[in-house]
Design a protein around this ligand. Sequence first.
Ligand code: ATP
Ligand code: MG
Length: 422
Amino acid sequence: MASVTAVRGMNDIAGEQSYWFDQLELQARALLASYGYQHVRLPVVEKTELFCRSIGEVTDIVEKEMYTFADRNGDSLTLRPEGTAGCVRAAIENSWLNMGAQKLYYMGPMFRHERPQKGRYRQFYQLGVETYGFAGPDIDAELILMTARLWKQLGIQARLLINSLGSAESRATYKEALTNYFAAHYELLDEDSQKRLYRNPLRILDSKNPALADCIAGAPKLIDWLDEASQQSFNRLLALLDASGIAYEVSPTLVRGLDYYNDTVFEWVTDALGSQGTICAGGRYDGLVTQLGGKATPAIGFAMGMERVVALMQLTERTQPSSVDAYVIAAGDEAQLKVQPLVETWRDQSPQLRFMVHHGGGNFKSQFKKADKSGARFALVLGDDEVAKQQIGIKFLREESEQLTLAWTEVTAWLQSALVTE
Ligand code: ATP
Ligand code: MG
């Protein structure tokens, strides 16, 4: 019978990739906790209206990428394409905004019906950070410092692109100038951009079509239209980054693919992953809380594409360390009866030691083969003779060294010191 396959663009994450995913999650959790950020778990499904009202009707996501379906009662629901909208919804609904300023983060799957390719999937994982109640730009700098520290800890490199979108008002005047410019170059635009010209011309700046690059490079720059307050805030942010020794590149065409941003926007990019080079992106969205029915609250956040960060980690030729310290084998009736309770006593003594107990019996030779394959450094060998003497044999699997015999009571202390001298 033909087997059922996974949905295109939705991946199983296992083996080495899963190991590095876990490392990323563990390090990120510890780092975020050290800056005082709290973990939130939010629904994967929200009402469709939430995304239309926040991300913007004339965006790639809302126009063509959402997984939208009718619930059994007829409500239109959508698998979340990003995390910010749901987080703002939760903050309003649970009155988090009345409990003082908030620093939050989440990790989990997002869904977009895009063309699957390397670094671009239909189910992908984001680590998102959102803050509420901080007007910036000092918090803007903190988010950037935090991500820079994570790259350093993970041993990866990325460049920081930064821009200011200004206030909603200054953007409205800029939009006019931009529309006039692109209208004058109408024949150079692709079909998507022509459609967007009068509805959302900023989206054209975000186009990934290389044929438009020159035309976009010649367009009026948002940064020249900033009002006094936005200009000052942007300069201050750059000064804060300078003071912390963070290198950046001001990128005038960086506008981001969602409508809710204002003032600070930034992306961390790399050339090592081909065209899917943005590993983390974010910005300020001071208007979104009121737009979704909450009280006026300044906000800024970012989202990191975890597959892309893991791919960068894997490019640095790291090898997954062994997940087993000692593989325990037993042959003989008495030995097989005793081996599991014995290892349990060692687990009581030293919970951090990683034992893998052989299952399924077999002779010593076949068990040794499994021990070798497990990647463990040591095989612990229990026969009926050893049981009688309350001893166990220790065989070195990765180095030339004589086998030795230890009393059961000595095993955990011996393993601990042997593993330190790696
Ligand atoms: P891109 O420009 O690559 O399409 P985006 O601007 O649509 O990204 P955001 O909505 O800002 O992306 O999401 C933040 C991050 O999530 C991106 O920088 C990227 O690392 C990751 N990401 C976005 N879409 C995908 C996807 N389909 N597959 C894998 N990662 C993704
Ligand atoms: Mg996209």
